[in-house]
Design a binder for this molecule. Structure first.
Ligand SMILES: *[C@@H]1O[C@H](CO)[C@@H](O)[C@H](O)[C@H]1NC(C)=O
Length: 180
């Protein structure tokens, strides 16, 4: 059936305004990527020596009084409780560098690599100063934890000559990839 020219134009306008309307709806509708907040308390176990050591001094300082310049590589366990038999949730892999004269002047750069049921294979990229207590910044993340930012408040809970437990209060926002 032939459409008269005037009606054809009207039809065209109707169709194009419908398409434009649909596009506007798409742009204004809830995005498929949504930011999520995470608050989670975990515990890092740092073992300085012995058979189970999970860090190693790689660069030795030439400054015996301050240790300035020491670089230690670490693969700390991140646990769901501050106990030796707690479940491993992640590993804190990276280095800490003695970057100042005081005892707590350790610049720390970590990938926190998750390996449990939650966030398996995802990471937080973390940096900051490791004193007895303090804050690290979450500066990014991967996979489920993409576009992460936030902070990790770290507090020394218990320390012996060989090892210690640090409470990690994670507060972050991240944007999981779209699931469509
Ligand atoms: C985590 O992912 C690895 C590699 O894909 C897989 O082998 C492992 O079973 C997963 N672990 C859990 C707890 O899902």
């Amino acid at each position: 059936m032939a459409i008269p020219p005037k009606n054809a134009l009207y039809f065209l306008l109707l169709v194009s305004s419908f398409i434009l309307g649909a596009m506007a709806d798409l742009a204004l509708s809830c995005p498929s990527r949504c930011e999520v907040e995470l608050q989670w308390t975990l515990y890092a176990r740092q073992i300085g020596g012995g058979a189970n050591a999970n860090q190693e001094e790689m660069v030795h300082s030439v400054h015996p009084t301050t240790g300035f310049g020491t670089i230690v590589v670490n693969n700390w366990d991140v646990l769901d409780a501050p106990l030796p038999n707690a479940a491993i949730v992640a590993r804190a892999r990276g280095t800490h560098t003695k970057a100042g004269p005081a005892a707590g002047d350790w610049f720390t750069s970590l990938s926190i690599v998750f390996e449990g049921a939650r966030f398996n294979g995802s990471t937080f990229q973390v940096m900051g100063i490791t004193n007895t207590d303090g804050l690290w910044a979450i500066v990014g993340g991967t996979k489920e934890l993409s576009r992460a930012d936030g902070t990790i408040k770290h507090t020394l809970l218990r320390a012996t000559a060989l090892e210690n437990y640090r409470q990690l209060d994670i507060r972050a926002f991240y944007t999981p990839p779209a699931v469509s």
